[in-house]
Write a protein that binds this ligand. Structure first.
Ligand SMILES: [Zn+2]
Length: 273
């Protein structure tokens, strides 16, 4: 009897033990499942984060490459009205010739002054409007100048006035905005002294009108007073540079006087060598 009781108790204990073992097994495997699911989820999140980082990096890389390319097209390309040429930024290529040049229609000129068509028609329109407003116009004394013409002018100026004085007014060949076809030097209706440039025109009513309104036609006064440390040249009240109407208006409205400041370029007081 006693033995039977012992056997029953043993069976019960073994049974309980088995149930306990099974329960533990189920519990452990369940928590393993949960841990595995959690790990998988964490890995998924990590993968997504990594993808996002790579995507973001790639995106920014593309974006900056596009920005860089757009900037190059804007300020390096001699065809662009936003191109910046100064003592540190030669025309590229150095012997660049605009594909097309046109005479500013109806505007008196001292010779065969041409500009790229968009600048020529802007000059033409400005001429008509200044005549209407003031009764006086202007003469274009210099427009497009080839590399070789610029070289002749430069050599002559330096021979006559010496290197320092000569270089203060005439750009080295390949460093003149005139080679772009986007710049014109203007004087009054009847330029005396064979178009010798001076500040007399700027003081006339027509000259003042041009100074106040040129931006509406896309022109900026490229070399203004006290900015030689930025643009490299002393003030030239006759040198108007076409940059496009929107850009000229933007610069006018924001009070930005130089292309170097507009595009946050290094100041160019002097040549690199
Ligand atoms: Zn000029």
């Amino acid at each position: 009897m006693k033995r039977k009781l012992f056997a029953t108790r043993l069976a019960l204990a073994v049974g309980l033990l088995l149930i306990f073992a099974l329960f533990t097994f189920l519990l452990v495997s369940r928590s393993n499942q949960i841990a595995a699911a959690k790990r998988a989820q964490e890995m998924q999140i990590a993968r997504e984060q990594q993808t996002a980082v790579v995507d973001d990096f790639h995106h920014r890389l593309l974006e900056s490459a596009f920005a860089l390319q757009a900037r190059r097209n804007l300020i390096d390309n001699p065809v662009s009205p936003g191109v910046v040429v100064n003592k540190l930024r030669p025309v590229n290529p150095i012997d660049y010739v605009p594909a097309k040049l046109a005479k500013p229609e109806g505007v008196p000129h001292s010779g065969e002054q041409m500009l790229v068509p968009v600048a020529a028609s802007a000059a033409s329109q400005m001429y008509q409007d200044v005549r209407k407003a003031t009764g006086a116009g202007f003469t274009i004394c210099s427009g497009y100048r080839s590399y070789s013409l610029q070289k002749r002018l430069y050599d002559r100026e330096v021979a006559e006035f010496g290197l320092a004085q000569g270089e203060a007014y005439v750009a080295r060949p390949g460093h003149s905005e005139h080679q772009l076809g986007y710049a014109m030097d203007i004087m009054g209706d009847q330029p005396e002294n064979n178009c010798a440039l001076g500040s007399a025109y700027a003081a006339t009513p027509a000259g003042k009108w041009v100074r106040e309104n040129a931006y509406k036609y896309g022109f900026i006064l490229r070399y203004q007073e006290n900015l030689q440390h930025i643009v490299g040249f002393a003030a030239e009240e006759w040198h108007w540079r076409y940059v496009g109407v929107d850009r000229a208006k933007w610069m006018h409205d924001k009070g930005i006087k130089t292309l170097e400041e507009l595009f946050e370029l290094p100041y160019a007081p002097d040549y690199a060598d």
